[in-house]
Every structure is written in structure tokens, then in C-alpha cells.
Design a protein around this ligand. Sequence first.
Ligand SMILES: Nc1nc2c(ncn2[C@@H]2O[C@H](COP(=O)(O)OP(=O)(O)OP(=O)(O)O)[C@@H](O)[C@H]2O)c(=O)[nH]1
Length: 257
Amino acid sequence: MPESPSPTTQRALRIGVAGPVGTGKTSIIGALCRTLAERISLAVVTNDIYTDEDARMLRAAGVLDPDRIRAVETGACPHTAIRDDVTADLTAIEELDATYVLDVVLVESGGDNLTATFSPALVDAQLFVLDVAGGGDVARKGGPGITRADLLVINKTDLAPHVGVDADLMVAEASAARDGRPVLALSQRQPDSLAALGDWLLDVLSTHRAGVLVPSDPGPMAPHTHGPGEPAHTHGPGEPAHTQGHGGERHAHDHAR
Ligand SMILES: Nc1nc2c(ncn2[C@@H]2O[C@H](COP(=O)(O)OP(=O)(O)OP(=O)(O)O)[C@@H](O)[C@H]2O)c(=O)[nH]1
């Protein structure tokens, strides 16, 4: 039976999982659910632009009661839903928290670029996921998620020999870039690494229950564009409305919220 949350906890701990497309975010959430579902009460919110594919994958994998897994279709770039207007995600989290006695809600960002991070208004702590197949030099490139997420995961280390990457060096370089913040080498094929990930989450949960977890913001996205010919923009306060290209569609929205 899952333990009940501490009476001092007003709501479930919210953990964000961000990182580029295909680095293993859904698999990590599945592994956390498998590792911890007997010990704590979990729910999941996934973000995809047009589909609920990640939620369907997790439901099909049977990692949790399917009703505890909700999909948010962002309809725009994933970083918009986790950073600028977090309403849809917050609503999904709050509905889950009102329906179940929860310890933790895991929120998966849609796969995005290297600079997308969660707003501290949405999650209490966040992990950023890279994989060795993306190249050994990615961790050196920096960016807010790599340098300042609460945990950086270097994922799919089992593939390192096949893609010519020195995973230990990648971890060392990432650690050097993070000023003492933790880095975890992970593989779905290495149970010890999955247990270490579960332990990290339980540590964060203890801090949350003690009422001393202060969400920290890794920082805004770097200036970027959404389509050929569009000028680079940022997501900082006071930024004027601009247009974004989304597979041919264009719409205006204000990132200053
Ligand atoms: N070899 C290996 N493959 C992995 C590992 N983790 C995930 N994968 C595979 O990597 C692929 C992408 O994994 P996902 O978990 O869907 O990645 P994601 O980041 O959620 O992908 P998006 O939601 O599309 O951004 C799948 O084929 C997984 O089976 C791992 O540790 N080792």
C-alpha cells in the first residue's frame, strides 16, 4: 500500500521531465512508476503537440492505473505549455491531485530543444534528460536545463560503445558544467541506475514533505526561431506577442504571461 502523504504537505510533489526528442523521457517515467508505485502514490501528465501518444504508451505498459495518466495536447511548441502558459498542465495536475491521494505527479514535457525548461510555477523540481546517442559533446554545450536542472540524466549508457561515446567522460564534463548539481548515468538495462533514480526522487519527496523544498528556475530559454525566416525571439518578461510556425500553421501568442 502506498504511504499517505505527510499532513504538512498541502499537495503532491510535482516533478518535471524535460529534454530533447527521443532521449528517453517516457521510458524514465515508466521506470520510476515501476520502481516506486508500491511505495508511493503516483500520477503522470504527458505533453505532446498533437497526440496523446506518450500517455497511451505508458497506459499500454501498465505502469500505473490508466486513469492516473493524463495527456495534455499542447497544440503549440512544448516549451510554451511548460514555461509560458502552464494552465493546461496545472489543470491536469490539480484534477489528479483532487481525485487521488498523491505523493508525486510526474510531468513529461514534449520533446523540445536543448534550452526548454519547466517554469517553477508548474513543477517543484525538474530533471533534464540527454542521451549518449545525441553525441558525447552535448553535455559540454550547456544551456539552462543541462547546467541548472535539479538532476541531469545522461541516458542510454548501454548504447555508448555502439555510438563511440565515452559515457564516463560525458558525465564528468556534465558535472563540471553543473557546479556540484547531480548527474546520473542511466540505462533501462542497468537496474542499479534505475534504483538510484528512484532514490533521488524519494530524497526530493522528503524535502518537499519537510516543507523546505524551494523550486529553482534553471532560467529562460535561449533566443530561438520557430521557422525559416522568422526572427529569433526569447521568452522573457515583457516580450511582445509574436508569431510561431507550427508545421505550416502560424498564430500569434504572447510569451510575456
Ligand atoms: N538502448 C536504450 N534505449 C532506450 C533507453 N531508454 C529509452 N530507450 C529507447 O529510446 C527510444 C525513445 O524513448 P522514449 O522514452 O520514447 O523517449 P522520449 O524522450 O519520451 O521521446 P519523445 O516523447 O518523442 O520526445 C525508445 O525506442 C526507447 O525504447 C535506454 O536506456 N537504452
